[in-house]
Design a protein around this ligand. Structure first.
Ligand SMILES: [Zn+2]
Length: 272
């Protein structure tokens, strides 16, 4: 069984502020170590559960957050950006299942650490009319390759958001937010045990044929993007196959989810 483990950083154990996840801030160096601990716990659990090939794709910001010198050597690492599939780089390479580590809730969520959707300039994103965060977006790309999601870790809000997409997903709640920049956090010594156990169970379920189903969205795919200000949509709507909806909003129409995803990446970059 080949497993892809993808990570973000805002949902890592103990993270409650941007200063811990921005590479020019002093606390970043501490929290990349903690993030690596969360990912290693998932690798340990997945191996124990029976995964025999693991690739990790670093996904936060410029995708160079994990400490490769501390990464469990049973996994390879997709590192750096831009890559062809960004946060789910490698999902097109004969992967059987995917896990999401250190994810965060979508923009505008109540009591959700560092909630946002992709960019800080996108206030809302919808796939075929359904509001989505990064879990929905990335797991829909995985689903277009027939790859089911097995596990998500992050705060209580993102666990709930992911369960709305995939009710039988394994989730590990590493913190419970009281605001966007505050949470009751479990220490790494606890969360790593929880992540390892959940990853093991998730792989065992997969091998017994009890994994969740892949998320498959209808085609053609329409991704609607709402920006903070109209000038961002002005810049983004020069991309072909976009339609302006209103001052701050545009629709991307694409024949399949991968094209929609990459068009969305382009729109989000243009709309900065
Ligand atoms: Zn991130």
């Amino acid at each position: 069984m080949k497993l892809l483990i993808v990570d973000d950083m805002e949902g890592a154990t103990g993270v409650i502020d941007w200063s811990q996840v921005m590479d020019d801030q002093p606390d970043y160096q501490r929290f990349r170590k903690v993030l690596t601990g969360d990912v290693n716990a998932a690798i340990r659990g997945a191996c124990k559960g029976g995964a025999d090939e693991i690739v990790v794709s670093d996904g936060h910001n410029y995708a160079r957050n994990l400490l490769i010198e501390e990464l469990d050597p049973r996994a390879n690492l997709n590192y750096g950006s831009p890559s062809s599939l960004s946060m789910v780089e490698g999902v097109d390479k004969n992967v059987d299942a995917i896990m999401f580590i250190a994810y965060h809730a979508r923009a505008g969520t109540l009591k959700a650490v560092l909630c946002h959707t992709w960019s800080l300039n996108t206030t809302n994103v919808w796939i075929n009319g359904r509001i989505t965060g990064e879990f929905g977006l990335n797991s829909s790309v995985a689903g277009s390759f027939g790859v089911p999601p097995l596990l998500l870790t992050g705060d209580r809000a993102v666990c709930q958001e992911a369960l709305e997409w995939v009710p039988d997903l394994e989730t590990v709640c590493v913190k419970t937010a009281s605001g966007r920049y505050a949470a009751e956090c479990l220490p790494p010594e606890k969360t790593q045990v929880m992540i390892e156990e959940a990853a093991c169970k998730a792989v065992q379920r997969f091998l017994k044929g009890q994994a969740p189903k892949p998320i498959v969205v209808d085609t053609p795919v329409v991704i609607r993007v709402e920006f903070t200000t109209p000038n961002q949509a002005d810049s983004a709507c020069i991309l072909p196959n976009t339609t302006r909806v209103d001052g701050r909003t545009l629709d991307i129409t694409a024949p399949d989810m991968v094209t929609a995803y990459n068009s969305f990446r382009a729109v989000a970059s243009l709309g900065r």
